[in-house]
Every structure is written in C-alpha cells, then in structure tokens.
Design a protein around this ligand. Structure first.
Ligand code: ADP
Ligand code: MG
Ligand code: MG
Length: 252
C-alpha cells in the first residue's frame, strides 16, 4: 500500500530524514517510536505534503501512484487520512457541513453515490457517539474553540467517517489525557478490518498498550534503526533509547 524508499527530506535546508525505508501492506498497523527530535513528525508532514518540507531524494509510492507527485487534496481523495491535516479551525463552517463535503468527495473517488443529508446525519451521529462527543459538535464551527481532547475526538470521528485506506496519525500531543488516548486507540481498533492500514507515530509507549501494532519501528536521527513486533515497544518502555548510542550505524 505504501512504500517509502531511501527517503531524504529537509526542513529549512536542514536534512531531517536521512535515508528512510518503510513498507506498509494492506491491513497492517505500524507504529513509529523514537527519541525526541528524531524526525517522526517530519515524516508525517512529508507524507501529508505540508509546505516547507522538501524531499531531497528517494520515493514514496501509494498504491502504485507516486505520492510525491500528488497534491495534498489528491492524497486525501485517494484514501490517505492524515490526522494533522484536519485539526485546523474553520470558523463559520459547521463541522457537519465540512465533513459531509469531505465524505462525499471521498465517496465520489471510490465511485460511490453521495450520501443525502439525512443519511449523512445518521452516520455522523453514530460516529459522534462512538468518540463520545455531544451531538452539538456537529453544528459547531470546525474545531472552533474545541479543547485538545475534543479536537482529538473530532479527528478520530473524521477518520471513522472518511473510511480511508491508509490512516496516518501523529500522537505527539503531550497534553493528551488517558481518555483521549483511549479514544484514539478505540478508533483505530474499530477501523481495523484486514484491509485498512495504519501508521501510528507515537511519543508514548502507553498508546501501544491499547493498539496492538503488527510492527514497531524505532526512528532515530532520521532513519529506522530497528524494527520488530510489539515486544520492541516494551523494550523501549524498560530501557528507553540509551541503547541507541553508537548503534545507529551498525543496525541501520
Ligand atoms: P520528533 O517528532 O521525532 O520529535 P520532529 O520531526 O518534530 O521530531 O523534528 C526533527 C528535527 O527537525 C528536530 O531537530 C527539529 O528541531 C527539526 N525541525 C522540525 N521542524 C523544523 C522547522 N520548521 N525548522 C527547523 N527545524 C525543524
Ligand atoms: Mg518532538
Ligand atoms: Mg513529533
């Protein structure tokens, strides 16, 4: 589904991603962990096509398309959900209106009929319930005045409604409480169906107590220096990242 080869990327002329390789197959859940400043969020931003993130070399394929040739909105329509694309506030546009447009654009791309207002409302109410947001959040301006936890719930609601093929989440927010973490985890778990894939960037081992990833990768200094199963996250919880010192080149 997603194949990243020898990716090198920079921000402000500083190379942050330094030769990263990653393959995600349909249905797989991959977690990326790593010390602060390793480049985890940068990887997410590069995948999202955010301005200012320059790809210097390497390639990213999404379902046989060249991701790097795709505009930001094309990536979304092709079925990539990038959580951090959505937390933007759009005052004056209701959450419901915004999501209905987005969902119907995604359906069109899949060759499905658009949902009517009534059908969408029904689906949206169910998703709202699932993430424990009061229904009036549908009527409010997109993310307008939402708290951190509410934005997070809203983001997961968006993911549930959009039914993407690949979900990329960056759980970097240190302000997330345990309830919000559980919303993220439950959201991911409820959407795992053997087809949909996930890339979960996390600064917390704790999140992986709730999401059982198929693969865990440690990103350090712009490269994946170690990959393994869920046990790797446990190792990190016990030993931290001190073992990385001097081992980066050897295991890269
Ligand atoms: P992580 O998410 O793994 O903690 P980041 O991807 O946020 O790491 O950051 C990786 C490195 O890139 C850090 O050294 C950070 O200071 C640098 N960096 C990120 N964004 C910018 C930017 N806009 N300008 C300059 N340096 C940046
Ligand atoms: Mg950081
Ligand atoms: Mg980060």
């Amino acid at each position: 589904m997603l194949t990243i080869k020898d990716l090198q990327a920079s921000v402000e002329e500083k190379t942050i991603i330094k030769g990263l390789n990653l393959t995600i197959n349909p249905g797989e859940v991959h977690a990326i962990m790593g010390p602060n400043g390793a480049g985890k969020s940068t990887l997410g931003y590069v995948l999202s096509g955010r301005e200012g993130y320059e790809v210097e070399s390497g390639s990213i394929q999404f379902e046989n398309q060249d991701l790097l040739e795709m505009e930001v909105d094309e990536r979304a329509r092709a079925g990539i959900f990038l959580a951090f694309q959505y937390p933007v506030e759009i005052p004056g546009v209701s959450n419901m209106e915004f999501m209905k447009e987005s969902v119907n654009a995604a359906r069109k791309e899949r060759g499905e009929e658009p949902l009517s207002a009534a059908e969408f409302l029904k689906t949206a109410k169910a998703a709202c319930k699932q993430v424990n947001l009061p229904l009036d959040f549908l009527k409010r301006g997109v993310n307008e005045g939402f708290s951190g936890g509410e934005k997070k719930r809203n983001e997961i609601m968006q993911m549930i409604l959009l039914q993407p093929k690949l979900c990329i989440l960056d759980e970097s927010d240190s302000g997330l409480d345990i309830d919000a973490l559980k919303v993220v985890a439950d959201g991911v778990n409820s959407q795992r169906d053997g087809e949909r894939s996930f890339l979960v960037v996390t600064h917390y081992q704790r999140l992986l107590d709730y999401i059982q990833p198929d693969y865990v990768h440690i990103l350090a200094d712009g490269k994946i220096v170690k990959s393994g199963g869920p046990e790797l996250a446990k190792e990190v919880e016990v030993s931290g990242y001190a073992w990385l010192e001097g081992h980066e080149e050897a295991s890269a």
